[in-house]
Design a protein around this ligand. Structure first.
Ligand SMILES: [Zn+2]
Length: 394
C-alpha cells in the first residue's frame, strides 16, 4: 500500500536549503540506508526500491537526501509526460570508483553522493568514507614510528613524524572511518596494509569525525571525551620528551574508552564496573616495560616498582620543581578506588580506603558514586594537564 499522499512541491528542498546530516527532531547524526519508496505523489503512484534515504537511528525519523528528492521529481515528470498514473523502478547501485589510488579499496560512491556535505566541485571523491576494522588503530599504535592521538574518544589522527597526519573517526558500529583522498597520500605499502583491514561501508560516519572535518566545529564534548584527550596529550608529550611510547592501545582499552559513561545509579556492581573500566583505560594501559627501560636508562632500578610509581619516578628525573607525587594524586586515588570497590581487602580496610579516597577528592566520607565519579574525572583531567606541563617545560 502506498503511504500518505504527498505533493510533488514537497520534494523540492525547502527554501533552497540542502538536506543536512542532522535530524530535525533530535539533532542526532543521520546514517545513509537504501529503502523502498512507495507513495502517491500529486496523483502519480511512485515506487522506487533501493532509494538512498537518511535515517536517524535513535529516533527512527527518515529523510530524503537532495539527490533522492530529485529522483522522485524526475520520475514524476516522466510519468506526467507519458501520461501514466504509476511508475515503479529498482534503483541500481552505482559501481563508480575514484582515481586516487591503484589500491582497490572497498567503498561506496553512494556515500559520497548521498551523505550530506561530502560532494565538492574539485577533487571529486576525495571525501569518500572508507571503513576499516578497529585493528588498524591498534596496529599503528603498536608501530614504533606511528602514533595514534585522540581529540575525543571517537575522533583522532594517525601521525608519523611531521610527514603525515590522517584524521579518523570511530563510528557507532565501532568501525574506523577515513577519507579516500587522505588514504591515497600514504605510501603504497601502507595502503596495502589498510586494504587488508578494509571492510564494506556501513554508511555511518562517526559523529565527531563529521563535525570536526566537514562542519569544522567541535561539539561540546563530554568530560569523558575531554579526559581521554588529556590522556592522549600527555602520552604525546611523553613521546616527544622520551622518544618512546609509555602506554599502549589495546582492543579492550578502546572498547572501554568508547563505552564508559557517567554512572546513573550507585550500586555495588556499578561501582566495581566504573572503577575497573577507568583503571584499565588510565592505569593498566601504561607500558610497564617501556617505563622500566626509560628508568634504567636514567640510572634507576625500577624492578620493584609498579607502573604508577615508575611513571612518578620517571617524571621526577626531569628535575622539575613540581611535586610529582602530589600532581599524580588522582591517579593513585583511581588505583585505590578499584581496590576498594572490588573488595580486595578486609571490610575495615575497605571503609578506611573509601574515607581516604573521599578525603583526597575533597568529598564527604559518605559521598556516593556519582559525586566520586564527577570529581575524579575532573581531577584526572587537571592531573594530565599538570603532567603535560611538567613533561614539556622541565
Ligand atoms: Zn532523530
Amino acid at each position: 500500500m502506498p503511504a500518505a499522499r504527498a505533493s510533488i512541491k514537497d520534494f523540492f528542498p525547502p527554501d533552497g536549503m540542502p538536506q543536512r546530516i542532522y535530524c530535525d527532531r533530535c539533532k542526532g547524526h543521520l546514517d545513509l540506508s537504501f529503502g523502498d519508496f512507495d507513495e502517491v505523489v500529486s496523483d502519480i503512484h511512485i515506487a522506487i526500491s533501493g532509494l538512498p534515504t537518511l535515517i536517524c537511528e535513535p529516533c527512527g525519523t527518515s529523510y530524503l537526501p537532495d539527490r533522492s528528492r530529485f529522483a522522485v521529481i524526475e520520475l514524476h515528470r516522466q510519468a506526467m509526460t507519458k501520461n501514466v498514473g504509476a511508475v515503479s523502478v529498482t534503483r541500481r547501485k552505482q559501481t563508480r570508483t575514484f582515481a586516487f589510488t591503484k589500491v582497490p579499496f572497498l567503498y561506496d560512491a553512494d556515500d559520497y553522493d548521498y551523505i550530506p556535505g561530502l560532494r565538492r566541485t574539485h577533487d571529486e571523491g576525495f571525501l569518500t568514507p572508507v571503513f576499516f576494522s578497529r585493528d588498524v588503530l591498534l596496529k599503528y599504535d603498536a608501530h614504533p614510528s606511528y602514533r595514534v592521538t585522540f581529540a575525543s574518544r571517537t575522533y583522532g589522527n594517525i601521525e608519523q613524524g611531521d610527514d603525515f597526519r590522517i584524521p579518523f573517526g570511530i563510528n557507532r558500529n565501532a568501525r574506523v572511518v577515513m577519507w579516500l583522498g587522505d588514504i591515497a597520500r600514504l605510501p603504497e605499502n601502507e595502503q596495502f596494509y589498510l586494504r587488508s583491514e578494509n571492510v564494506p561501508s556501513d554508511h555511518s560516519i562517526g559523529s565527531e569525525f563529521y563535525d570536526g572535518q566537514i562542519e569544522c566545529v567541535f561539539t561540546k564534548r563530554s568530560p569523558e571525551d575531554q579526559l581521554f584527550e588529556q590522556r592522549s596529550q600527555f602520552l604525546e608529550a611523553c613521546f616527544h620528551r622520551f622518544g618512546q611510547k609509555v602506554a599502549h592501545l589495546e582492543q579492550e582499552v578502546l572498547d572501554l574508552a568508547v563505552s564508559v559513561r557517567r554512572p546513573v545509579v550507585d550500586t555495588r556492581a556499578e561501582r566495581r564496573h566504573i572503577a575497573d573500566a577507568l583503571n584499565k583505560i588510565y592505569l593498566e594501559s601504561l607500558d610497564n616495560n617501556a617505563l622500566g627501560v626509560l628508568l634504567s636508562q636514567a640510572g634507576h632500578d625500577a624492578s620493584k616498582l609498579g607502573s604508577l610509581k615508575r611513571l612518578q619516578k620517571l617524571l621526577e628525573t626531569l628535575g622539575t620543581s613540581t611535586d610529582i607525587a602530589a600532581a599524580m594524586t588522582p591517579l593513585y586515588v583511581l588505583y585505590d578506588l578499584r581496590v576498594a570497590y572490588s573488595h580486595l581487602g578486609s571490610a575495615e580496610s575497605e571503609e578506611e580506603r573509601i574515607a581516604s579516597i573521599c578525603q583526597r577528592l575533597g568529598l564527604d566520607a559518605k559521598a556516593d558514586l556519582l559525586s566520586v565519579y564527577d570529581v575524579l574525572v575532573s581531577r584526572l583531567q587537571s592531573c594530565f594537564k599538570a603532567l603535560v606541563a611538567v613533561t614539556q617545560t622541565s
